[in-house]
Design a protein around this ligand. Structure first.
Ligand SMILES: C[S@@+](CC[C@H](N)C(=O)[O-])C[C@H]1O[C@@H](n2cnc3c(N)ncnc32)[C@H](O)[C@@H]1O
Length: 209
Protein backbone atom coordinates (compact mmCIF):
# COMPACT_ATOMS: atom_id res chain seq x y z
CA UNK A 1 0.00 0.00 0.00
CA UNK A 2 1.32 3.45 -0.92
CA UNK A 3 0.63 4.94 2.51
CA UNK A 4 3.44 2.77 3.89
CA UNK A 5 5.96 4.29 1.46
CA UNK A 6 8.42 6.80 2.85
CA UNK A 7 8.09 10.07 0.87
CA UNK A 8 11.70 10.99 1.65
CA UNK A 9 12.84 7.69 0.17
CA UNK A 10 10.73 8.37 -2.93
CA UNK A 11 12.17 11.88 -3.21
CA UNK A 12 15.70 10.49 -2.98
CA UNK A 13 14.99 7.70 -5.47
CA UNK A 14 13.51 9.96 -8.15
CA UNK A 15 15.79 12.97 -7.55
CA UNK A 16 15.16 15.74 -10.09
CA UNK A 17 12.27 13.77 -11.60
CA UNK A 18 10.36 13.66 -8.30
CA UNK A 19 8.16 16.77 -8.84
CA UNK A 20 6.93 15.51 -12.25
CA UNK A 21 6.57 11.91 -11.15
CA UNK A 22 4.69 12.82 -7.96
CA UNK A 23 2.39 15.12 -9.93
CA UNK A 24 1.71 12.26 -12.33
CA UNK A 25 0.90 9.99 -9.36
CA UNK A 26 -1.47 12.67 -8.03
CA UNK A 27 -3.21 13.03 -11.44
CA UNK A 28 -3.66 9.25 -11.65
CA UNK A 29 -5.05 9.21 -8.10
CA UNK A 30 -7.52 12.04 -8.70
CA UNK A 31 -8.59 11.35 -12.30
CA UNK A 32 -7.27 7.93 -13.25
CA UNK A 33 -10.36 5.99 -12.34
CA UNK A 34 -13.00 8.34 -13.80
CA UNK A 35 -10.97 8.66 -16.98
CA UNK A 36 -10.78 4.85 -17.24
CA UNK A 37 -6.99 4.75 -16.91
CA UNK A 38 -6.73 2.59 -13.80
CA UNK A 39 -9.07 0.34 -11.83
CA UNK A 40 -10.82 1.46 -8.61
CA UNK A 41 -8.78 -0.90 -6.46
CA UNK A 42 -5.50 0.56 -7.69
CA UNK A 43 -5.90 4.09 -6.30
CA UNK A 44 -3.99 3.35 -3.11
CA UNK A 45 -1.28 1.40 -4.96
CA UNK A 46 -0.34 3.91 -7.64
CA UNK A 47 3.24 4.46 -6.49
CA UNK A 48 4.08 0.84 -5.85
CA UNK A 49 2.17 -0.90 -8.62
CA UNK A 50 2.50 1.69 -11.36
CA UNK A 51 5.08 4.43 -10.78
CA UNK A 52 7.86 2.41 -9.12
CA UNK A 53 7.13 -0.63 -11.28
CA UNK A 54 7.60 1.58 -14.35
CA UNK A 55 10.65 3.31 -12.88
CA UNK A 56 12.35 -0.07 -12.42
CA UNK A 57 13.08 -0.22 -16.16
CA UNK A 58 15.00 3.06 -16.20
CA UNK A 59 18.23 1.60 -14.72
CA UNK A 60 18.57 -0.43 -17.94
CA UNK A 61 18.12 2.52 -20.32
CA UNK A 62 20.80 4.79 -21.74
CA UNK A 63 20.84 8.47 -20.72
CA UNK A 64 19.78 9.66 -24.16
CA UNK A 65 18.49 8.59 -27.55
CA UNK A 66 15.11 8.02 -29.14
CA UNK A 67 12.92 5.73 -27.05
CA UNK A 68 9.57 4.38 -28.24
CA UNK A 69 7.07 3.13 -25.66
CA UNK A 70 4.46 0.87 -27.22
CA UNK A 71 0.93 0.70 -25.78
CA UNK A 72 1.56 3.45 -23.22
CA UNK A 73 -2.01 3.44 -21.93
CA UNK A 74 -2.08 5.88 -19.00
CA UNK A 75 1.62 6.67 -19.60
CA UNK A 76 3.25 3.60 -18.07
CA UNK A 77 6.15 3.35 -18.32
CA UNK A 78 6.51 6.08 -20.99
CA UNK A 79 5.78 9.20 -18.93
CA UNK A 80 7.82 7.95 -15.97
CA UNK A 81 10.78 7.29 -18.30
CA UNK A 82 10.39 10.74 -19.87
CA UNK A 83 10.62 12.40 -16.45
CA UNK A 84 13.62 10.29 -15.39
CA UNK A 85 15.50 10.52 -18.70
CA UNK A 86 15.13 14.21 -19.66
CA UNK A 87 17.89 14.00 -22.29
CA UNK A 88 16.06 11.25 -24.20
CA UNK A 89 13.27 11.79 -26.74
CA UNK A 90 10.20 9.68 -26.05
CA UNK A 91 7.59 8.60 -28.57
CA UNK A 92 4.49 7.11 -26.98
CA UNK A 93 2.45 4.91 -29.34
CA UNK A 94 -1.11 4.19 -28.25
CA UNK A 95 -4.08 3.24 -30.46
CA UNK A 96 -6.94 4.34 -28.17
CA UNK A 97 -8.05 7.95 -28.69
CA UNK A 98 -9.22 8.40 -25.10
CA UNK A 99 -5.80 7.33 -23.82
CA UNK A 100 -3.97 9.54 -26.31
CA UNK A 101 -5.99 12.56 -25.12
CA UNK A 102 -4.97 11.75 -21.53
CA UNK A 103 -1.32 11.32 -22.56
CA UNK A 104 -1.22 14.70 -24.33
CA UNK A 105 -2.85 16.34 -21.30
CA UNK A 106 -0.32 14.75 -18.95
CA UNK A 107 2.62 15.87 -21.12
CA UNK A 108 1.33 19.45 -20.81
CA UNK A 109 0.41 19.21 -17.12
CA UNK A 110 3.78 17.75 -16.14
CA UNK A 111 5.66 20.19 -18.38
CA UNK A 112 7.46 17.41 -20.24
CA UNK A 113 9.27 18.72 -23.30
CA UNK A 114 10.72 15.42 -24.56
CA UNK A 115 7.54 13.49 -25.42
CA UNK A 116 5.57 13.01 -28.61
CA UNK A 117 2.29 11.06 -28.56
CA UNK A 118 1.40 9.12 -31.70
CA UNK A 119 -2.01 7.55 -32.06
CA UNK A 120 -2.07 4.15 -33.74
CA UNK A 121 -0.89 0.58 -33.47
CA UNK A 122 2.86 -0.01 -33.36
CA UNK A 123 2.68 -1.89 -36.68
CA UNK A 124 1.43 1.25 -38.42
CA UNK A 125 4.76 2.99 -37.72
CA UNK A 126 7.09 0.28 -38.97
CA UNK A 127 8.38 2.31 -41.88
CA UNK A 128 8.01 5.69 -40.20
CA UNK A 129 11.07 5.87 -37.91
CA UNK A 130 13.73 3.94 -36.03
CA UNK A 131 14.42 4.05 -32.30
CA UNK A 132 17.42 3.35 -30.08
CA UNK A 133 15.19 1.67 -27.49
CA UNK A 134 11.70 0.17 -27.59
CA UNK A 135 9.95 -0.30 -24.24
CA UNK A 136 6.56 -1.63 -23.17
CA UNK A 137 4.63 -2.94 -20.19
CA UNK A 138 1.65 -5.28 -20.15
CA UNK A 139 0.98 -5.11 -23.89
CA UNK A 140 1.31 -8.64 -25.33
CA UNK A 141 3.23 -11.91 -25.10
CA UNK A 142 6.82 -11.69 -26.36
CA UNK A 143 6.25 -13.28 -29.78
CA UNK A 144 3.55 -10.77 -30.72
CA UNK A 145 5.29 -7.91 -28.97
CA UNK A 146 8.52 -8.66 -30.85
CA UNK A 147 6.66 -8.62 -34.19
CA UNK A 148 5.22 -5.22 -33.28
CA UNK A 149 8.39 -3.75 -31.70
CA UNK A 150 11.46 -5.01 -33.55
CA UNK A 151 10.81 -3.33 -36.93
CA UNK A 152 10.95 -0.02 -35.00
CA UNK A 153 14.40 -0.76 -33.62
CA UNK A 154 17.55 0.63 -35.26
CA UNK A 155 20.51 -1.76 -35.65
CA UNK A 156 22.35 -1.72 -32.31
CA UNK A 157 19.14 -0.69 -30.53
CA UNK A 158 17.59 -2.49 -27.57
CA UNK A 159 14.26 -3.99 -26.72
CA UNK A 160 13.76 -3.39 -22.97
CA UNK A 161 10.42 -4.53 -21.63
CA UNK A 162 8.72 -4.94 -18.28
CA UNK A 163 7.40 -8.47 -18.01
CA UNK A 164 5.89 -10.90 -15.54
CA UNK A 165 7.92 -13.51 -13.70
CA UNK A 166 7.02 -16.19 -16.26
CA UNK A 167 8.69 -14.34 -19.16
CA UNK A 168 11.23 -17.16 -19.68
CA UNK A 169 8.40 -19.30 -21.09
CA UNK A 170 7.69 -16.62 -23.72
CA UNK A 171 11.16 -16.81 -25.26
CA UNK A 172 10.90 -20.12 -27.16
CA UNK A 173 7.74 -19.15 -29.10
CA UNK A 174 9.45 -15.87 -30.04
CA UNK A 175 12.71 -17.45 -31.34
CA UNK A 176 11.82 -17.15 -35.02
CA UNK A 177 11.05 -13.43 -34.92
CA UNK A 178 14.02 -12.71 -32.62
CA UNK A 179 16.30 -14.46 -35.13
CA UNK A 180 14.75 -12.64 -38.10
CA UNK A 181 15.70 -9.30 -36.51
CA UNK A 182 19.16 -10.55 -35.42
CA UNK A 183 18.39 -10.09 -31.74
CA UNK A 184 20.86 -11.17 -29.07
CA UNK A 185 19.90 -13.90 -26.60
CA UNK A 186 17.34 -12.22 -24.30
CA UNK A 187 18.53 -11.45 -20.78
CA UNK A 188 16.07 -11.69 -17.92
CA UNK A 189 16.93 -9.07 -15.32
CA UNK A 190 15.72 -8.50 -11.80
CA UNK A 191 14.84 -4.84 -11.41
CA UNK A 192 14.75 -3.59 -7.84
CA UNK A 193 13.56 -0.13 -6.78
CA UNK A 194 13.18 0.76 -3.10
CA UNK A 195 14.43 -1.57 -0.35
CA UNK A 196 11.63 -3.79 0.94
CA UNK A 197 9.60 -3.64 -2.27
CA UNK A 198 9.23 -6.63 -4.54
CA UNK A 199 11.50 -6.40 -7.56
CA UNK A 200 10.11 -6.64 -11.07
CA UNK A 201 11.31 -8.48 -14.17
CA UNK A 202 12.81 -6.86 -17.25
CA UNK A 203 13.67 -8.60 -20.52
CA UNK A 204 16.44 -7.03 -22.61
CA UNK A 205 17.77 -7.94 -26.04
CA UNK A 206 19.97 -6.02 -28.49
CA UNK A 207 19.55 -5.85 -32.25
CA UNK A 208 22.94 -6.70 -33.70
CA UNK A 209 24.28 -4.00 -36.01
C1 LIG B 1 -2.97 -3.56 -20.71
S1 LIG B 1 -2.68 -2.01 -21.43
C2 LIG B 1 -1.15 -1.53 -20.69
C3 LIG B 1 -0.99 -0.05 -20.67
C4 LIG B 1 0.30 0.45 -20.00
N1 LIG B 1 1.47 0.06 -20.76
C5 LIG B 1 0.41 -0.04 -18.58
O1 LIG B 1 1.32 -0.82 -18.29
O2 LIG B 1 -0.45 0.32 -17.76
C6 LIG B 1 -2.20 -2.40 -23.10
C7 LIG B 1 -2.13 -1.17 -24.00
O3 LIG B 1 -1.60 -1.57 -25.27
C8 LIG B 1 -2.32 -0.91 -26.27
N2 LIG B 1 -2.14 -1.69 -27.51
C9 LIG B 1 -2.80 -2.82 -27.88
N3 LIG B 1 -2.36 -3.24 -29.09
C10 LIG B 1 -1.40 -2.37 -29.48
C11 LIG B 1 -0.58 -2.26 -30.66
N4 LIG B 1 -0.66 -3.14 -31.65
N5 LIG B 1 0.30 -1.23 -30.72
C12 LIG B 1 0.40 -0.33 -29.71
N6 LIG B 1 -0.36 -0.40 -28.58
C13 LIG B 1 -1.25 -1.40 -28.49
C14 LIG B 1 -3.74 -0.85 -25.74
O4 LIG B 1 -4.53 0.16 -26.35
C15 LIG B 1 -3.48 -0.56 -24.25
O5 LIG B 1 -3.47 0.82 -23.97
Amino acid sequence: MDEALDQDALRAYFGDAYPQVSQFAAELASQGEVRGMIGPREIDKIWERHILNSAAIVQFLPAQGTFVDIGSGAGLPGLVIAAMRPAASLVLIEPMERRCIWLVEMVETLGLTNVEVKRGRAEEFHDAFEADVVTSRAVAALEKLARWSLPLLAPGGELVILKGRSVAAEIEPARKVLKKFKMSEPEILEAATLPGLESTTVLRSRRKG
